[in-house]
Design a binder for this molecule. Structure first.
Ligand SMILES: O=C(O)CCC(=O)C(=O)O
Ligand SMILES: [Fe+2]
Length: 345
């Protein structure tokens, strides 16, 4: 009998399993931030989350926020959510008083806009430096609604503690000198970026935030509502991140890739928009001290491990980063030392 003739009705590009790709790392923390020796209950998962993903979600953070005043933590997150929602609902006339100035990027507006021809992201943001105090722009901070200011002040303190805890564990996992990590970040620059993505009638034609990696070492994002949109680049695909309720999404930024000499990779990510649901988030960026020198940690380089990145003053690094159009990981590539160019000093 003749075999059936094979009929091919079409083809599709072969892709990996999205279910597998989206099995993202979730790390529970049981941390007491008021004591030195706090504990990651799942610390062993941290190195692979940082190497393979450059991102993870931290749950049970609630129990470590404001551990001294039990129960305050949930209300702090609630307060942050409520205050930021109202902030973006302020009349435009009020917002204009807090808009970016031509020579300064802090305030309402957008970052990384370098040409009038540039297509804008489908989002508004409010950007402010919160730490260290001496570089905070009090003239802007003091103009914020009183309740928002109070909530941000506490959130900034708790966010700093959380970041230092995670950075401490990263130093341990990297076998890096813990003191080097502390010195680099203890008085580090902390900036906050509140993001508002309005509904978009044609979401396929717009982007909430252009694909980018963050300039800092460690970004802690709190999604203020349940609208999805954050996507990370994994194995050549965009993978959606499903935020867990009251958890933080932590991602590795370019500074950590540099400090770890490339062992931990910053993650490229973007935010998409939605036709019926608005999205709100707050990102806390944790960077090195302004007066430090940025480069691979001395304890991680040597004759067998040459530096893969240049050393530059942190301040120059920030100025260069913010002077460019946001474009994937292009600035990190600029910091990279080409083969044979490196030195171990
Ligand atoms: O809004 C989000 O989910 C991501 C925000 C983000 O990537 C950023 O602010 O750098
Ligand atoms: Fe980001």
């Amino acid at each position: 009998m003749e075999s059936n003739t094979e009929v091919n009705l079409g083809k599709s590009i072969i892709v990996p399993s999205v279910q597998e790709l989206s099995k993202e790392p979730i790390i529970s923390i049981q941390a007491r931030l008021d004591v030195e020796d706090c504990m990651f209950s799942e610390l062993d998962r941290l190195p692979s989350a940082c190497k393979d993903w450059g991102f993870f979600q931290v749950c049970m953070v609630l129990s470590c926020l404001n551990v001294v005043n039990h129960g305050v933590s949930t209300s702090l997150l609630e307060e942050i959510r409520t205050q930021i929602e109202s902030f973006f609902k302020l009349p435009y006339e009020e917002k204009k008083k807090l808009w970016q100035q031509p020579n300064h990027q802090e305030g309402f507006g957008q970052l990384f806009v370098v040409s009038d021809e540039q297509k804008l992201d489908w989002s508004d943001m409010f950007f402010i430096t919160t730490r260290p105090h001496d570089i905070r722009r009090d003239d802007l901070f003091d103009k914020l609604p009183t309740k928002l200011r109070g909530a941000l002040e506490t959130y900034s303190i708790e966010g700093k503690k959380l970041a230092m805890t995670i950075l401490g564990y990263m130093a341990k996992a990297l076998k890096m000198d813990a003191e080097e990590m502390r010195e680099l970040f203890n008085d580090g620059v902390q900036t906050l970026r509140m993001n508002y993505y309005p509904c978009c009638p044609e979401p396929d034609k717009a982007i909430g935030i252009t694909p980018h990696s963050d300039a800092d070492a460690l970004t802690v994002v709190f999604q203020l509502n349940e609208t999805e949109g954050l996507q990370i680049r994994k194995e050549g695909r965009w993978v959606p991140v499903k935020p867990l309720p009251n958890a933080f999404i932590v991602n590795i930024g370019d500074i950590m890739e540099i400090v770890s000499n490339g062992i931990y990779r910053s993650i490229k990510h973007r935010a998409t928009v939605n036709s019926t649901k608005e999205k709100l988030s707050i990102a806390t960026f944790n960077s090195s001290n302004l007066d430090s020198e940025l480069g691979p940690a001395p304890s991680l380089i040597g004759p067998d491990n040459p530096a893969n990145f240049r050393r530059v003053p942190s301040e120059n690094y920030f100025k260069e980063f913010f002077a460019r159009k946001l474009n994937g990981k292009s600035y990190l590539d600029f910091m990279r030392i080409e083969n044979g160019e490196g030195n171990t000093s």
